[in-house]
Structures are given as structure tokens and as C-alpha cells.
Write a protein that binds this ligand. Sequence first.
Ligand code: AGP
Length: 623
Amino acid sequence: MRGRNTAFIILPGRTDVVMCGIVGYIGPRKALRVVIDNLKKLEYRGYDSAGVAVVENGRPVIVKKKGKIADLESSLDGQVMDGQLGIGHTRWATHGVPSDRNAHPHPDCTGEVVVVHNGIIENYAELRRELREAGHKLASETDTEVIPHLIEANYNGSLEEAVRAAVSRLEGAYALVVISSREPDKIICVRKDSPLVIGLGEGENFVASDIPALLRYTRDTYILDDHEMAVITREGVQVKDVRTGEARPKEVFTVTWDAGQAEKGGYAHFMLKEIHEQPTAVRETLRGRLKEGGVSLPEIPEEVIRDARRVFMVACGTAYHACLVGKYLMERIARVPVEADLASEFRYRDPLIGPGDVMVLVSQSGETADTLAALREGRNRGAHVVAITNVRGSSIDREADAVIHTLAGPEIAVASTKAYTTQLVALTLLALRFAEVRGGDREQIAALVEGLKNLPELVQEVLDTEDEIKELARKYSSSDDVFFIGRGLDYAVAMEGQLKLKEISYIHAEAYAAGELKHGTLALIEAGVPVVALVTQPDLYEKMVSNITEVRARQGRIISVVYDDDEKAREFSDEMIRIPRTDPLLAPVLAVVPLQLLAYYVAVERGCEVDKPRNLAKSVTVE
Ligand code: AGP
């Protein structure tokens, strides 16, 4: 896999979005201690609840709680568990709010089969109905809970066969780990689209969703691939194709990273890891939302969309820049008037928002004080409040009338990257839904739905040009000032590009509507000043070229972001960053990626603290 600027062995397979933490153990040690210790190695990613299950005196004992592992441990105080088979889980909620009963592990009706899961079961509603009709009692709101009941329903003396039968009914992404007191000599796990790693020991074996949870005990691992299952006993590990049952030979992958590097999946920083998670984050956010020629957004009642007078999109920072794209898309595709506003400004201007208006709050953390205050202002004035957030159970998630979740997984780096691109995806889905309901152009809607389907692969294509961006960064890392210019959607992306650069490299950067240059800023352009020019909007192409010409006439250096089939770009560019062609309305998702990488590598060149830039916090929970 390209792009990991380290000397480490590269993990095979796609960069996966690991939302939840999974661990499992079988061997001579007390499983509870091993499971808790290994879960703690996964805390860095963020979670909202935790749980363990240990087979004790012939039965699985489950202890699970909303909150941190420390809360789980205090509720375990005094409980002696000597069992040597156990699993554990830290949950990043996707279906069902954070709560004790939604925490994993989840049992079947008998309590003898217990499962932890990372991923999303798309057809869980149908399976829940089917299981309930068959008499199964489901206790949580989660998608995961259908799995132990499906295993129970298919159990005929072989846990392995029952798991295979259950998995054959699942649609979506899953990393599953299953134990049962019926067969307490094994752990069974299955992987599809969510990572699972087996830790190989002497007379003991381990499983985890991520390598850091294994390193205390072993560096020898099997990395499971999609559609593989493993039957893990103390003595050994059998890997099979879960669909056919055929054995799959696996090579031992020995981890050479230290614990710190392992948390970053082998990347030098969380920011770079999260930039590379974007193909999967975009894929997960789209999952289940695209249907033939349209989109599925049941969270927002049709009448709210149909009757909406205006839309207000309100946020801070990067999320606000996403709103600038959202405004453009909503007005262009659905022909609905949109105001995009900074949350810190919105609530102090006695906003003209009221009943019949729809307010869209965008927030990765769901806790930004200004955005939360804006939500309350809009709701108090009668607007229907929709949130786009990455964190289930956050304040904004809980207080909105409807929520569209980005499924980027935990974003650790202060500089927001995968949250931004998944916010763009969510806003595009919203604009398309509005267009569908309000009689938009069906052909345009269908074309954009097709374009969305290809985005994950196209984002990966941009990531594959990382080495060229790295070279560019090295060339311009000593600049004092960098300007970003664009028109239309390119101007919105220029706003995000300048923020990325300045917030982690501390270089002064500014974005300008390209047409504005001659109204003042051009005075700052002199020989060698780098100007990043985004040129992805065909209807504004010629205008952009003339603005670029103005810059070059003052010896400014043009770094253009253009489509890879743009033959003319060479004529007006000192440097070119090429992205694959897509519908111009979807171009922001691709155009921002090289700007993220440019900011990252400039910051690395300048020796900056990339993941934790000075003066900044990941979530600004104060006004
Ligand atoms: C983005 O790189 C910044 N860290 C910051 O602007 C951030 O986007 C802003 O604080 C909003 O945060 P939120 O999305 O969690 O509300």
C-alpha cells in the first residue's frame, strides 16, 4: 500500500475504517485480564462504551457498560473470573445510541453464544423482523444483535457451521468474533470489510481488530482477508473461506512497529492514516444510501423537504467549508435557496430563520459549542433541525430533529480530513434527496448517483499520487505565504485547502475567489509566491485561466489542481496536481485530497506537531 512514509512493512489489503475495538483470547491465562489489557491498547481511537464476556464455570459471563474501560473495570471490582476464554469490545456507536444495553458483547436467547462486531449490517432490520417472528427476544437497538441469534437458529452441533450459515445471511461490513459455552475450546471469527488480526502465541492465541492490541503478547500475526474465517484454539489457528469452508493458507506477518506506531496503523501520524482512510470512509458513508437512480435518506420526512422555504447550513471551521460546498450543491441540484453561515456569527445576527425553514448543522465532533448554540437558536425559532455528525450520542446528535451520520470512524488528528470528505458526501446526498422530492432533474440525479458510487476508487487514485505531492511539499515548504484561488465549488475547496495548510504548518495561507484577486490581493503577488489554483469547473475554466494569467504576469508560481485529461493545463501551470475526471459537482471530494496531503507533507518538512498543532483542540467545546 503506498503512502506510508515509514520504513515499516506495509499491511496488505485496503485501509479500513476501524470504528470499534475488538479483542479475544484463548489460552492458559485468565482471559479477563488479557482482554481488558488489550482493549486498553485500543482506547486511543475513541469509543463510547465497553464490554467483556468470559466463559466461567461453563457459561459466558457478560459485563458491559456505557462509558470508559475504567467504568467497566469498576463494575467488575470484586468479580473473580478465572475463565481462559474471553472476548471484549469498545463501541463507536453507529446503530443505536451509546448505552449499557447497546454495548457489546451481545448474547443469543440462551446466553450460550456471544458475539462482538465491528462494521454495519445493512439488512439488520429485515433480519430482526425475521428473528422476532421466529420467537427470538432481542434486547438492544443494535444491528449487531441479529448475529448471535442467527448463530443460535443455525446451531446443529457445530459452532463453525452455524457461524458460516449466519454469515451467509448478512449484508454489509463485519468483523465478527464469536465464543460459546457449547464449544468452549475455540474462538471463531470472520472478516468482511472490517479488519481482523490473529495473534499467534505458544499454547495460546489472540484476535483483535487492530495490531496495537496484540503487541504485548505477540508480534506474529495472521491478517485476515475479506470472506475469511478463523477457528482459533489454544493449539493453533485454521483459516478458511467462510463461504466454502475450504482451508486458506496464510503467511505469518511479523509486526516490526512499536506500540506508538502501531496505533497509527504504520503511518507516521494519525492525520496521514485518516487521509488514507478516506476511500473507505466515503464508502461507509454511502453504504445503504444509494438506490437505482436516487438516494435513501429516511431520516428526514418528505413533507419537511417538500415544504422547506429555505435551508440554513451552519458550522465552524472545516465543517463550515463543507457547508459552502453544500450550499452550492443544494442550490444547483435542488434549486432551494441556501444560506451558509459561521455558527459563531449566526446566533448573534438575530437570524431570519423560522417555521418552514430547514437548518443543517455540520459537526464532526457533535460538541462544538458555537454550532450547538446555533442549533438551539434555530430550533427555538421554529426551524426543522438536521445534523450531519460523525459522533453518535454527541450533543448535536441528540438534540437535532434528524441526523445523517458520517461513518468516517473516529477522527483523532486535530486537522479534519476524512470527516470533511464524508460531510461532502452527506451534503451531496441531502441535495439529491431534496431534488428528488422537489421535482429535480431525474437524469442529473441518476448521473450523480452513479458518480458517487465511483468516488471511493477515485479518491484512492488521488492518494496513489502521494509521492508527487510529497515532492511538491518539499519544494514549497519554506514559503512564507501561500494563496489558494478558485471559482464556484473550487473556491469552496480553496477555503479548506488554506485552512489545512495554515493550521498544521503555520504558514500564512489565504483563499480567494479568483475573480476577487484584482480587487486587492493581487498587490501581494510577487515573484515566487505560490498560488494553488483549482480548475475543476468546466463552466468557469476560461475565467480561471485568465485569473491565473494575472498571477503569472506578476511572476507568481501556479500550482494547479486539474483533471488528468486536461491537455491545456501545462500552458498555465508551473506545477500540476492531477485528479481523475468526475462530475464537476463531485470534484470537491477529489480536489481536497491533494491539498490535505500537501498540507501534511509541508508540515512534516517544517518539523511541526502534525496531529496536535499549537493552540488548537480537536473539539472546541467552549465559545
Ligand atoms: C478542522 O481541521 C479544524 N480542526 C476545525 O476547524 C474544525 O473543523 C472545527 O473546529 C469544527 O469542528 P466540528 O466539526 O467538530 O464541529
